[in-house]
Ligand binder design. Structure first.
Ligand code: CU
Length: 71
């Protein structure tokens, strides 16, 4: 099933940061769409729930050097 999440992510400061988050997430199997906004400090990820998990998505963002803020 296709799911969409909107995560609050701190640390992105420019287009380069957006690109590194987008590239990291795009490497994950099952990720269909990524929209990272440094201005909003948010990352939208659309993914196939059978192929990846929210935890894996959060790990990928963290490994790119950014912080997912849990609400
Ligand atoms: Cu940057």
């Amino acid at each position: 099933m296709r799911e969409s999440v909107l995560l609050n992510v701190t640390g992105m400061k420019c287009g380069g940061c957006e690109a590194s988050v987008t590239n990291k997430l795009s490497d994950l199997e099952g990720v269909l769409y990524v929209k990272a906004s440094s201005q909003e400090q948010q990352v939208q990820v659309d993914f196939i729930a059978e192929k990846t998990t929210l935890a894996a998505i959060k790990d990928a963002i963290a490994s790119a050097g950014y912080t997912v803020v849990s609400l």
